[in-house]
Design a protein around this ligand. Structure first.
Ligand code: NAP
Length: 257
């Protein structure tokens, strides 16, 4: 095995698993490790636990042995709101977070733990997957389970930028479980794609395309120290040119929150 050692947290998540699988295909460039909570889920998704560490990002010591010796870190962990009960007729559904799984704990403390450890251990570059919408405190996602999820995520992004570690922050639009590599990706900043999407296109992107962006961000120098929003043109959009030149795409993005 050769290549740069990279740890992917949230590796049993729906986007994180794609990141691990894609990076494993580049075994000449990367030696890939995953960090996840559940051994059972690791086996279910990857067949074996080799190359994986188990732990919890809210417990810094469980992360340390996983991150030690790595050069790169990909953060795809996230809190997850669950519907309390089937919605009552005419009423919006109510959401809640598991005990210990509030956005403040996972998206702020958990991400801060990862960034702090990365700094202590001399990690060279962190790629963080976040979400669009964080400039709007009244965003409906913030209301879910009174979690203020986008506010905590943005606070962690700011913390990463100020950490001095090289960063790439990918703030995705609504995630789709559709095939990647079939769309034109569009980058922006400060939620302008949400408030004013080009030609009124849906503000969404396949998870597999986000995973490819993560991989390319680890490869392309023009992704370093950049933070951006990203959506995609629909697959059947006649004006779309499938994104292949990631260096050029990252070239359109800018440093800072
Ligand atoms: P996901 O499937 O919900 O995966 C989240 C991962 O975080 C899971 O693997 C989960 O572990 C892990 N995790 C949660 N708490 C943890 C803890 N305390 N310790 C260790 N691991 C923990 O994620 P996704 O839907 O693919 O989203 C990826 C990213 O995109 C997230 O940051 C999300 O906020 C963002 N995003 C989502 C949307 C959307 O439409 N859903 C839109 C824009 C951006 P388990 O596997 O054990 O559950």
């Amino acid at each position: 095995m050769s290549g740069k050692k990279v740890l992917v947290t949230g590796s049993t998540g729906r986007t994180g698993a794609f990141v691990v699988k894609k990076l494993r295909q580049l075994s000449d460039q990367f030696e890939v490790f995953g960090f996840a909570r559940s051994e059972e889920k690791i086996k279910e998704l990857f067949g074996a636990t080799e190359g994986f560490f188990t732990g919890d990002i809210t417990n810094k010591s469980s992360l340390e042995s996983a991150l030690k010796g790595c050069e790169l870190l990909v953060i795809v962990t996230s809190s997850f709101p669950k519907m309390k009960a089937p919605p009552q007729e005419g009423k919006p559904p109510e959401f809640e977070f598991e005990a210990g799984g509030m956005p403040e704990e996972v998206d702020w403390i958990g991400q801060k733990n990862q960034i702090d450890l990365a700094k202590d251990l001399g990690i060279n570059h962190i790629v963080l997957v976040g979400s669009m919408g964080g400039t709007n405190p009244d965003h409906p996602l913030n209301k879910m389970g009174n979690g203020n999820v986008l506010i905590w995520k943005r606070k962690a992004e700011e913390y990463l930028i100020n950490s001095g570690i090289n960063y790439t922050i990918i703030r995705a639009g609504g995630l789709l479980n559709e095939l990647g590599g079939k769309r034109e990706l569009i980058v922006g900043k400060n939620d302008t794609l949400l408030t004013n999407p080009p030609n009124g296109i849906p503000t969404s992107i396949p998870r597999e395309d986000v995973a490819e962006l993560v991989v390319q961000a680890l490869i392309e120098p023009s992704a370093k120290n950049k933070a951006f929003d990203v959506i995609s043109k629909p697959e059947d959009d006649a004006s779309a040119v499938v994104t292949k030149d990631f260096s050029a795409l990252f070239g359109q993005t800018t440093p800072g929150l």
